[in-house]
Write a new protein. Structure first.
Length: 407
């Protein structure tokens, strides 16, 4: 037997066995990896579809190689997938193939893929789904995978989309499920290609008000319009977003304009606790996040700063930012605001207007809250005292002796 045949015997097993493993339903199969190996410009019935079964520890149980030639066989496979209640995680991907050049599918091929999709739709145990969009949105020639079913609305917690997002995206395919989902927590579009159509990206992002963790690609924030759509989501009072992630497959710098727009959107946000930039560097002159977390230009500025963000993963990260993030972890937000004022407002020639007409009886409390080293604290107290006229005012009717006592 040739080495190629040996390889084939190891990677290809009887299809009945794959269906039997799924039908056993004894908590063996938890992760299903389905890979379409397609020709360059079309889909041929002889194209291979590899299906790999994994257990709960992501250890491979078995792998099978199918062809798109027997609709009846695919119907049995789809049925087995639909009934297997142990499956938690499915990845539906493709290798090779220029999907935008496909004009039509062979009828048998269409029926095979359709049977697989119907099986996926009927499964109610899947909580994590990774999907290459080319496999059901390309040129409208593939069967439609319905994301409006019970699986999506009630069970699915983690959805990852990749591939080309077409301009003519149908709202019912992606947008509506996001709006109606009661279970989705994690939504990843960082590997999607939105081409040059900002409105497609904007439509999807605006629908993510019920998503808790959102992942996007840095390239999708390279225009003010796209960054603004994300900032609008941050401001949306309906949003329950707690984590926002910006990803890049290679190191790159994000623009100051995009950072400024994102920071502005986060200022009034009270839900997002984590902001991550993976393999992304911010310009060295960036001060947007300092102003976001503690705008020390005024007491009102500090009060209106963000006191919710607790994790900011980007470089460089200053000691000032680290301190503000640690302060934000306190659930008592009034205390957070007071501490930020005490540490960062009374510095240099700070604005003394809020204290000019202050009752002098409150002065000891204000002085006690000023933080810093001895020199900076002394300078701040001196700057404060000399700005309060009531400390040195006295009536003209006072006796000279009393005046002297006051002085």
């Amino acid at each position: 037997m040739s080495s190629n045949e040996d390889e084939a015997s190891e990677t290809s097993r009887p299809h009945d066995e794959s269906i039997e493993l799924l039908d056993r339903n004894d908590q063996l199969v938890e992760y299903l990896d389905i890979n379409f190996y397609l020709d360059d410009v079309d889909v041929d019935p002889s194209d291979a579809v590899e299906i790999i079964l994994y257990d709960e520890d992501y250890c491979e149980i078995a792998r099978f190689s199918y062809t798109l030639t027997d609709p009846a066989e695919w119907e049995r496979l789809g049925g087995a997938i639909g009934c297997c209640s142990s499956i938690q995680d499915i990845r539906l991907d493709k290798f090779d193939g220029e999907m935008d050049q496909i004009d039509a599918l062979d009828q048998e091929v269409y029926q095979c893929i359709d049977s697989l999709y119907r099986g996926l739709e009927s499964n109610t145990s899947i909580v994590k789904f990774e999907l290459d969009m080319d496999l059901f949105l390309s040129s409208g020639v593939f069967p439609t995978l319905n994301l409006n079913g019970a699986l999506f609305k009630e069970k699915l917690k983690h959805l990852t989309l990749s591939g080309q997002i077409p301009i003519e995206i149908n709202q019912s395919l992606v947008i509506l499920p996001l709006l109606e989902s009661t279970s989705l927590e994690h939504f990843d579009i960082s590997e999607c290609n939105f081409a040059n159509e900002a409105f497609v990206f904007r439509r999807i992002v605006s629908a993510c008000t019920r998503v808790q963790r959102l992942y996007v690609n840095c390239t999708d924030l390279n225009t003010n319009e796209r960054a603004t759509s994300v900032a609008s989501l941050f401001r949306d009072q309906r949003s329950i977003l707690t984590e926002f992630n910006v990803f890049s497959s290679f190191s790159r710098i994000i623009s100051l304009e995009s950072l400024s727009i994102l920071a502005d959107g986060l200022t009034s946000n009270t839900t997002i606790k984590t902001l991550r930039f993976t393999r992304i560097y911010c310009p060295s002159e960036c001060s947007e996040f300092e102003r976001l977390l503690c705008n020390a230009s005024s007491i009102e500025g500090i009060h209106n700063s963000n006191h919710t963000l607790e994790v900011l993963d980007y470089r460089p990260l200053s000691g000032f930012l680290i301190d503000c993030l640690e302060l934000n972890r306190d659930t008592n937000k009034d205390k957070v605001i007071r501490t930020k004022i005490a540490r960062y407002y009374f510095r240099g020639e700070f604005d003394i207007a809020p204290f000019v007409n202050m009752n002098v009886k409150l002065l000891p409390k204000v002085m006690a809250m000023i933080e810093g080293d001895d020199i900076s604290r002394r300078d701040a107290i001196y700057h404060l005292l000399k700005s309060i006229p009531d400390l040195f005012a006295y009536s003209t009717g006072l006796s000279r002796k009393r005046k002297n006592n006051v002085l």
